[in-house]
Write a protein that binds this ligand. Structure first.
Ligand SMILES: C[S@@+](CC[C@H](N)C(=O)[O-])C[C@H]1O[C@@H](n2cnc3c(N)ncnc32)[C@H](O)[C@@H]1O
Length: 225
């Protein structure tokens, strides 16, 4: 079904994602990402939207749909994933998931977009260390990092922060700072550790809040906002 400007299809997609993709998507995440994507249009931030760690494509589909109803049909979406699931956790990561957990296939991303009549993203399969150096768009308006582990997030930050447009937005999932937001889910502390080590102190990251246990960090590239 095509996503149209009326927004009713977007509401339907929202409900469907919460019902069928609740393993990686929740209402706080969808709302926060929608607000950031709307901001790209109002602030005229140039560049692509990218997701590093797309799994089955649920969030990529949401971002595409929001872009489409906010007059940003021409803005490309690129997604990246090993499609082999998570790697081994490193020493800064908890032993929560076995290697290979969250394995998906590019065909699932395509099928999800097809089901909702949305333009599919450009899909870049492979480990981030191999794909990001040569396959990122020249300019990135919004990067959504959802790679779970310390080494992965370090790799993502090193590759994509230099590509952010002035005013470009980086959203880091699982970034929890219990001192600022005690409600945030803090199951993957390697994510914040990677951000702290990359950005140094004082951290330029802002903590985003939701109604539930949202753990989102936001970095805005210096520039025209
Ligand atoms: C939590 S899932 C992403 C969920 C997705 N963002 C969503 O909202 O539906 C994490 C994904 O990151 C991928 N991943 C983790 N580390 C990676 C790495 N170093 N290189 C490539 N992909 C990686 C995994 O394969 C997995 O699909």
């Amino acid at each position: 079904m095509p996503i149209d400007a009326a927004g009713s299809a977007l509401r339907e997609l929202h409900a469907w994602l919460l019902e069928c993709h609740s393993d990686t998507v929740d209402a706080d995440r969808l709302l926060a990402l929608r607000a950031e994507i709307e901001r790209l249009a109002t602030d005229h931030i140039p560049g692509a939207v990218i997701e590093l760690g797309c799994y089955q494509g649920a969030t990529a589909l949401w971002m595409r749909a929001v872009l489409d109803i906010t007059g940003q049909r021409d803005r490309p979406v690129h997604v990246y994933d090993s499609f082999q699931g998570l790697p081994e956790p490193g020493p800064r990561d908890p032993d929560l998931f076995p290697p290979g957990f969250l394995r998906a296939a590019p065909e699932q991303v395509l099928a999800l977009h097809d089901r909702w009549g949305c333009t599919p993203p450009a899909i870049h399969p492979g480990w981030f260390a191999d794909t990001l150096p040569g396959q990122l768009p020249e300019q990135v308006a919004l990067a959504y990092l959802d790679g779970d582990y310390y080494n992965t997030i370090r790799t993502c930050l090193a590759a994509c922060v230099p590509r952010l447009a002035p005013g470009g937005i980086l959203i880091i999932d699982d970034y929890a700072d219990p001192e600022i937001n005690p409600k945030a889910w803090n199951g993957l502390p390697g994510v914040k550790a990677a951000c702290d080590d990359y950005f140094g102190s004082p951290s330029p990251l802002q903590v985003l809040f939701g109604d539930g246990d949202l753990a989102f960090g936001r970095y805005i590239a210096p520039g025209n906002r």
